[in-house]
Design a protein around this ligand. Sequence first.
Ligand SMILES: [Zn+2]
Length: 193
Amino acid sequence: MSYMPKHPIYGALHCIAEQTTFKGNRFDAVEKILSWLIKENIIKPEKCIVRYQQNGHRFLEGIKKVVTGDFPDITSDYVGLEYNTERETYFSNPSLDYILCPNCKSDLESNEEHEDIFWKALNQWRIHGGDEFVHCPVCEKKVLFHAFQFGTGCGFSDLAFTFFDCRGLTEVFQAEFERQLGCPVRLVVKHNV
Ligand SMILES: [Zn+2]
């Protein structure tokens, strides 16, 4: 049996709760989303490893009704859905291009020292249970990670779902996903994972 995908994996579409710390019970939220996706014939009920986690689910034909762009190869062992209930950062590119403070509009990325303050706060949050905001080094306001404007796609949350080999989700599906989850989502597409 070959473990190579039939076609190169396009990448990953991260569907990230637009709350750095999910306000509801994220485990209940996961169960609700999975049950709904299973009912809609979008994922298989059985758990398996798709890419990284034991909690993956392979796609079924229903996924084709809710994605935009090319259909994912649902026969590939590397294609399906995974979720993450740990604090994690998601990026579409290694570089963010710019990190604009919503208050003073300073670009933290343009100053090495300021950039460092942002990344340190983010790592502190992700690894050591730190706060979910940065004291802007220019205006000294407390700014939530999500409130900054970034040059490329990124998101930070303790609840996210990853659709492997998907390029986009239909607006109708995203709206229903948000309704089921009880909070808005941010989509970040990462190429060639
Ligand atoms: Zn500022």
